[in-house]
Design a binder for this molecule. Sequence first.
Ligand code: MN
Length: 261
Amino acid sequence: MKILVTNDDGITADGLWWLVRELTGIAEVVVVAPDREQSATGTSVTLWEPLRTRKAVPLVPGVETYAVEGTPSDSVLLALGSLIKGKIDLVVSGINWGMNLGDDIYISGTVSAALQGYLHGCPALAVSSERNSEPCFQTAARLATLMAERIAASPPPNNLFLNINVPNLPLTEIGRIQVTKLANESHLNTVTEGNDGKRNYYWLVRRRQGKGHDRNTDAWAVDHGNISVTPLFSSLPAKTLSLLLHNLCAGLLEKLTGSTV
Ligand code: MN
């Protein structure tokens, strides 16, 4: 199995290398990621100027790694269109430092990178972990690896695109793995105004809006200590998708908590 790993936090981000470290245990991994912070750049692609890449030193030895002077979507487009020879079996984007819940998916570079994989026929996972002063990427990295193993063992009959959010909890405190839908009106954007002594400036501030009340949503799941798995786009009939996700997640938490630290 060959896995493309990318992100929107940039190629030096811890979350990306946690993922790579775990995934190299089960697959050949290639990293193609933005050379700098590209969070909240959404689905942006660079069409009006050339894109440059450079081979980068991997933080996990032996992993083919490219830094892209572009967006997360650019990175996946370059990876699939030119940089990587041979078939990619799975695209994993993350681990984002900060969850991508509800309407976040429309601005998230993490989710958008996975979307490009999906649009090119690869199963794709966007993986995000709760933002905390002490980031704990281990749970999300192991979960993504277990899922990748299952997807490789029984490839979905049609393409699959999942958005996964993991609360920042020790493994023993995770409640369950919950298949969810996106929360509505999950975020509030406000504008604050100031003056730097010469000119006015504006800050866009984005924050979660209240607690989720709908028990079926991603926001509710993570607020209640669960891992959220949200199917985004799929051409599968609803029943088939539901069964597929049930099988994908069944017993996964037990495997996760049973794994050696
Ligand atoms: Mn990010």
